[in-house]
Design a protein around this ligand. Structure first.
Ligand code: ATP
Length: 334
C-alpha cells in the first residue's frame, strides 16, 4: 500500500502543487490520478519514488516512510514509465529492456532471455528485439517502455501518461493488453492521466484532483460515476456518466421474463434464438455475465425493444423488455 499522509508540496517561489493530500493506494491495484493540467498529479507520483520531496507530510510504502529509505534501493523496487517511453536511443530494444536486470546483477544472457519473454508479454515479437527505438511506432515504443519497467519485476509501477502519445485506436489496443498483463501480475500501480475515460477504464481506484493540488474525490470508477462528490467531479467525469456507470453492473441481477412469453421469437431446434418473426434481426444477445450497459444497448437497438438472454450453450433462457429494464435501472439507484 502506498500512503500519502497529509502531504504538501510547494515548489520554491511557486504556488502549492499538492495541498494536504491524504490517500491510500491499495496493494496490487491500479490507482489512476486524474485531473486538469497543473493540478499536481505528476508531482504526487514523483513523491513516491523521491524524485520530488514533500514540503511537509509523509509518503509511506507498506508503512515505511520513503524519505528514510536508500534512494537507489527504493527506485529498484519501483518501475517508472513515462509518456515518450524514454528509451535509450542508441541501444536495441532488447538491451533497453535488459539494462536494469544487468545493473542488479543478472548475467547478460539471463537478462536477454528474460527480456525476450517480456517483449512477448507486451505483444512484441522477437523480430523487434534487434531494432532501435527510432525504428518503432509510438505504440511499439510504449510497449517497450512497459516491458523495461517490468524487467526488474518491481512490486510498484509509476506510470505518467503512459498511453497518451499514441492515437486512439492504438491506445485502445494498449489498454486491453495492459489490463490483461495487470490481471496476471497484480502490480501496485499509480498512473497519471488527464483522460477521465482512461482512468475509469483502467483504474481500480481513481483519485480526481482539482486546481491547486486538492483531492476532489477518491473512489472506484463506479462511485465517481454514480456519486460524484461535487459539481466539479460531475462535470469532469462527463455528461453521460449515468450510462457509463452501467458498464460496472452485471446483468446477473436483472429479472428476466420466460422465453415462452414471446411467441414472436423464433428458436432453432436446439433452442437458440434466430430472429423476431415480425421484425427480423435480433441485433445480438447477452449472457448473465454481461454488463447492464450491454443489455441496455441491445434493448434500445432491438426492433421490438427486447433483449434476449442466452445460457452458456447459446440457448435462449430469458428476455428483458425495455420498460422492465428501465424500471430495474431506476430501482437500483434507490
Ligand atoms: N520543478 C518545478 N518547479 C516549480 N513549479 C513546478 C515544478 N514542477 C511543477 N510545478 C508546478 O506545480 C504545479 C503542479 O504540476 P504537476 O506537473 O504536478 O501537475 P500535473 O497535474 O501533472 O500537470 P500536467 O497534467 O499538465 O502534467 C503546476 O502549477 C506546475 O507549474
Amino acid at each position: 500500500m502506498i500512503t500519502f499522509d497529509d502531504v504538501v508540496k510547494v515548489y520554491p517561489g511557486g504556488s502549492t502543487a499538492v495541498d494536504h493530500l491524504t490517500v491510500e493506494l491499495p496493494t496490487g491495484k491500479l490507482t489512476a490520478l486524474v485531473g486538469p493540467s497543473g493540478c499536481g498529479k505528476t508531482t504526487s507520483l514523483r513523491m513516491i519514488n523521491r524524485m520530488v520531496n514533500p514540503t511537509s507530510g509523509r509518503v509511506l510504502i507498506d508503512g515505511q516512510d520513503v524519505s528514510q529509505q536508500d534512494e537507489a534501493k527504493l527506485r529498484r523496487g519501483i518501475g517508472y514509465v513515462i509518456q515518450s517511453a524514454g528509451l535509450f536511443p542508441h541501444r536495441t530494444v532488447l538491451d533497453n529492456v535488459a539494462t536494469v536486470p544487468v545493473l542488479v546483477g543478472k548475467t547478460r544472457r539471463e537478462a536477454r532471455t528474460a527480456a525476450l519473454e517480456l517483449l512477448d508479454r507486451v505483444g512484441l515479437s522477437p523480430e523487434f528485439a534487434k531494432r532501435y527505438p527510432a525504428q518503432l511506432s509510438g505504440g511499439q515504443q510504449q510497449r517497450v517502455g512497459v516491458a523495461r519497467a517490468l524487467a526488474a519485476d518491481p512490486p510498484i509501477m509509476l506510470m505518467d501518461e503512459p498511453f497518451s502519445a499514441v492515437d486512439p485506436v492504438v491506445r485502445g489496443q494498449l489498454h486491453a493488453e495492459f489490463l490483461r498483463l495487470q490481471n496476471d501480475l497484480g502490480k501496485t500501480i499509480a498512473m497519471v492521466t488527464h483522460d477521465i475515460d482512461e482512468a475509469i477504464k483502467l483504474g481500480d481506484k481513481v483519485a480526481v484532483f482539482r486546481q491547486g493540488g486538492i483531492l476532489a474525490q477518491f473512489g472506484t470508477p463506479q462511485e465517481l460515476l454514480e456519486k460524484p462528490a461535487d459539481d466539479f467531479v460531475a462535470e469532469f467525469v462527463g455528461r453521460d456518466r449515468g450510462l457509463r456507470s452501467l458498464s460496472f453492473d452485471s446483468a446477473a441481477s436483472l429479472p428476466v421474463q420466460p422465453v415462452s412469453s414471446q411467441p414472436d421469437l423464433e428458436l432453432d431446434d436446439a433452442g437458440r434464438p434466430v430472429r423476431w418473426r415480425s421484425a427480423g434481426d435480433l441485433g445480438g444477445v447477452f449472457t448473465a455475465s454481461d454488463s447492464l450497459r450491454v443489455v441496455t444497448d441491445l434493448a434500445i437497438s432491438s426492433p421490438v425493444g427486447i433483449a434476449v438472454r442466452v445460457d452458456e450453450q447459446g440457448k435462449a433462457d430469458g428476455v428483458v423488455r425495455h420498460h422492465d429494464l428501465v424500471d430495474h435501472l431506476l430501482e437500483r439507484r434507490r
